[in-house]
Design a protein around this ligand. Structure first.
Ligand code: ADP
Ligand code: ADP
Ligand code: ZN
Ligand code: ZN
Length: 744
């Protein structure tokens, strides 16, 4: 770790990178661009961030290293002059019910100090105001603000016996270990329906304790069903459970706002303490802008210094376009883009310098108006003496860069090179795909489609929506616009979708179901491909499946072998037996027009389109190339495709359907300017095919290409939540209150 002027990368070859060597200026803002699949993430995350983390870990003792995740060496000859990395990505902030905007950014701390100095009557020192400490938390809900109770009637079907599956929770199903502790305890007749138990037996089943029972070889202490359920599930933080376990758990409980604290999370002493009439929970419920206004109006001199410090921290939230969030908002409910900006706020609050900050499309979820605030903050991070690397497609972020690295020229095997690097002004002249598209916005659509019908939303009041009634047209492309926090997702995801459950959400969540999933299996073409091989060889189609008899016995058709290591991330290595080919040698001898099944899985969709004559296979491959995924190989594990790629793969499988309603949230995420035209082409085909498409989007080219716009605002949070405009795009221009109108 040194202070030389450049990060030197020599011979980077991760994934599709073609022996890339380049120098990246330090203490500058560098933006990496290029079509999706060109290799930006392979360079920035899989090479630079991974190597920086690995080098950092090497500075710790072997003992400490034993507790750190293990980072394999990226495929690169040398990376010199790296600094300690901070990766700020869009992974959900999560953190459970105790993690709020206030606790996560640590802005809650100065607020507590403020109350310990100026709150009357004082509840004590600062932690008496924290819902995460025993001194401050509400004793009933232990600081969660909600309580949950077991709903015994849902957990236990009394008409059934233990052997018949009376206990409904899947962990207690007949055959499972937990079931055995009841059914085989010898305490009950396992074939008797629970409703026929004596009162004594029923009490034993639900609340029995301190009894020694033996299950065959094992002796254990019996615990009643209710006590056990409460200990295993209720005492855990539901927000910290996996989605699946939480979904199961929620079937067996009823819950609601804590009756004692009313959701405020704090005990009576903390809530009784007030500053100018407000307690700490009420202040934490204010939006950041409202809290700022309150602090500025404080007259108590004892409060002035802390209030000033608090206001300064809060102003970061405002600067980054999160002014509509309250400190009490749970981080688990934030979108990916909001989460990433919140992570940034956390870093703006500290005084670290000489770090390597790495961000992944920080403009996601931001209205054109707010992107300039974002670039200002990135500049501030740089000016503190940090090196800032950003993967971005947004033209305004690219234009704010000190230095641009443009990858390409194409995607996958056709990419992986640095096609340009230098200052932005030179990029505009460089003639690369990025250079050509910058500064060439798409025009407003001249001829819009006419709606074929309407989908209604009436009197919506969820979150900040102000009694919204709006009709969404069918048979056209509708784009929902508005600044962050104006209510777009609330309207579409939380109100519209539950009312119209037949609508299909095509999102960017990963499509992987197991480690063998690949484009070939996901799109359904693996079946006709296997049949083609079967026909050519006279063997059974199942021989050519990598999850069955034909697969390599050593790696079970994965092509790689995983080794789990205690304390470390597992390592994977190419299978020695099949050398990554996934199939038994005898299966590979069967060929279709000169290619083995393994050769086919290594083809890109584009190459496969030239190879296959089989109609059902071609239709899907054509759709994949149409959505710009011609570079994906048919066998590439889906766990390695990006969110944007996953979304387009989903679109490819939908292209031949009719009469459906599709909802997409920021489909341009991860898309290069040149790919946006492609995406719009696909959407046009969907709409022309008789479908309805509803997008939430900030990208101005997409907004201008809509048939219908629904603009929300005027601002975020309580200052938003109104429909400012609903109609063809041209009409929005004359709506004075609309921020969006100013950018069209
Ligand atoms: P970008 O970030 O520019 O969208 P990526 O670096 O994610 O591009 O991908 C570059 C190429 O490498 C693509 O063809 C992609 O499918 C491939 N790729 C990415 N990750 C993996 C992986 N883990 N294994 C194999 N191929 C990968
Ligand atoms: P947009 O999609 O336009 O960015 P949202 O619909 O996400 O806006 O948010 C609109 C308002 O509703 C904001 O004030 C936001 O803080 C609030 N909000 C959104 N989701 C939740 C939630 N799960 N809990 C509480 N408030 C929420
Ligand atoms: Zn409570
Ligand atoms: Zn193998």
């Amino acid at each position: 770790m040194t202070d030389r002027a450049f990060i030197e990368v020599r011979g980077a070859r991760e994934h599709n990178l073609r022996n890339v060597s380049l120098d990246i200026p330090k203490r500058q803002l560098t933006v990496f661009t290029g079509v999706s699949g060109s290799g930006k993430s392979s360079l920035v995350f899989d090479t630079l961030a991974a190597e920086a983390q690995r080098q950092l870990n090497e500075t710790f003792t072997a003992f400490v290293q034993g507790f750190l995740p293990h980072y394999g060496q990226p495929d690169v000859d040398r990376v010199a002059n790296l600094n300690a990395p901070v990766v700020i990505n869009q992974k959900r902030v999560g953190g459970g019910a105790r993690s709020t905007v206030g606790t996560y950014t640590d802005i809650a701390a100065p607020l507590r100090v403020l109350f310990s100095r100026a709150g009357l009557p004082s509840a004590g020192p600062a932690f008496a105001y924290s819902f995460n400490t025993p001194q401050g938390m509400c004793p009933e809900c232990e600081g969660i603000g909600r309580t949950t109770q077991l709903d015994l009637d849902r957990l236990l079907d009394r008409t059934l016996s233990l052997n018949g599956g009376a206990i409904q929770h899947p962990d207690f199903k007949p055959g499972k270990w937990l079931w055995k502790t009841y059914a085989l305890s010898g305490l009950f007749d396992p074939d008797r329906p629970v409703q026929d138990y004596s009162e004594h037996d029923l009490h034993l089943l639900l609340h029995g304790r301190d009894l020694k029972v033996s299950l065959g070889e094992i002796n254990m202490t019996y615990e009643g069903l209710v006590d056990r359920f409460e200990r295993m599930y209720l005492k855990k933080d539901a927000a910290a459970m996996s989605d699946r376990s939480r979904a199961v758990f929620e079937q067996f409980v009823t819950g609601g706002t804590c009756p004692v604290c009313g959701g405020a999370r704090l005990n009576a002493a903390a809530l009784a303490s007030r500053i100018e009439g407000r307690n700490i929970a009420e202040l934490a419920d204010l939006e950041a802008t409202e809290l700022l206004a309150f602090l500025r109006g404080l007259s108590d001199p004892a409060a002035a210094r802390v209030a000033g410090h608090l206001a300064q921290r809060l102003s970061h939230l405002v600067e980054i376009g999160l002014e509509y969030l309250s400190l009490s908002r749970e981080t688990a409910t934030l979108s990916g883009g909001e989460g990433q900006r919140l992570k940034l706020v956390r870093h703006l609050g500290n005084s670290l310098t000489d770090m390597l900050y790495i961000l992944d499309e920080p403009s996601v979820g931001l209205h054109a108006r707010d992107v300039s605030r974002l670039t200002g903050l990135l500049g501030a991070l740089r000016d503190k003496g940090n090196t800032v690397l950003v993967v971005e497609h947004d033209p305004d972020v690219i234009l704010a860069a000190d230095h641009v690295v443009d990858l390409g020229p194409g995607a996958g095997a056709r990419g992986g090179e640095v096609v340009f690097q230098g200052p932005v002004a030179a990029l505009l002249e460089a003639g690369t795909l990025t250079g050509r598209h910058l500064g060439q916005p798409l025009p407003m659509k001249a001829q819009v489609r006419a709606p074929t019908g309407w989908l209604h939303v009436q009197g919506a009041r969820l979150h900040n929506l102000k009694d919204v009634t709006v009709d969404i047209p069918t048979g056209v492309l509708t784009v929902v616009t508005g600044v962050a926090g104006s209510g777009k997702s609330t309207l579409i995801h939380d109100v519209f979708l539950p009312l119209h459950p037949d609508a299909v959400v095509v999102d960017q969540s990963r499509v992987t179901t197991n480690s063998r999933s690949a484009p070939a299996t996901y799109t359904g073409i693996m079946d006709p491909i296997r049949k083609a091989f079967a026909k050519a060889s006279g063997r059974s189609p199942s021989l050519f499946s990598f999850n069955s008899e034909g697969s390599c016995p050593n790696c079970a058709g994965l092509g790689v072998v995983y080794t789990d290591l205690a304390f470390m991330e597992g390592i994977s290595a190419v299978c020695e037996v099949c050398e990554g080919q996934r199939f038994r040698p005898d299966v590979l001898r069967h060929q279709l027009r000169g290619q083995s099944i393994s050769d086919v899985l290594n083809m890109t969709a584009g190459d496969a389109l030239a190879f296959f004559t089989e109609k059902p296979v071609r239709a899907v491959l054509q759709a994949m190339t149409d959505v710009g995924l011609g570079y994906l190989t048919l066998g590439q594990p889906l766990s390695t495709v990006s969110g944007g790629e996953a979304q387009r793969l989903k679109l490819a499988t939908e292209l031949h359907k009719k009469g459906r309603v599709y909802v997409m949230d920021e489909p341009t995420t991860g898309l290069h300017l040149s790919d946006i035209g492609l995406l719009l082409g696909i959407i046009d085909r969907l709409v022309d095919g008789g479908n309805t498409v509803i997008l939430i989007e900030h990208q101005l080219d997409v907004i201008r290409q809509a048939d219908w716009l629904i603009d929300l605002g005027p601002e975020g949070g309580r200052a938003g939540g109104e429909v400012l405009y609903s109609g063809p795009p041209a009409g929005l221009r004359s709506v004075e209150r609309s921020v969006t109108a100013r950018y069209l």
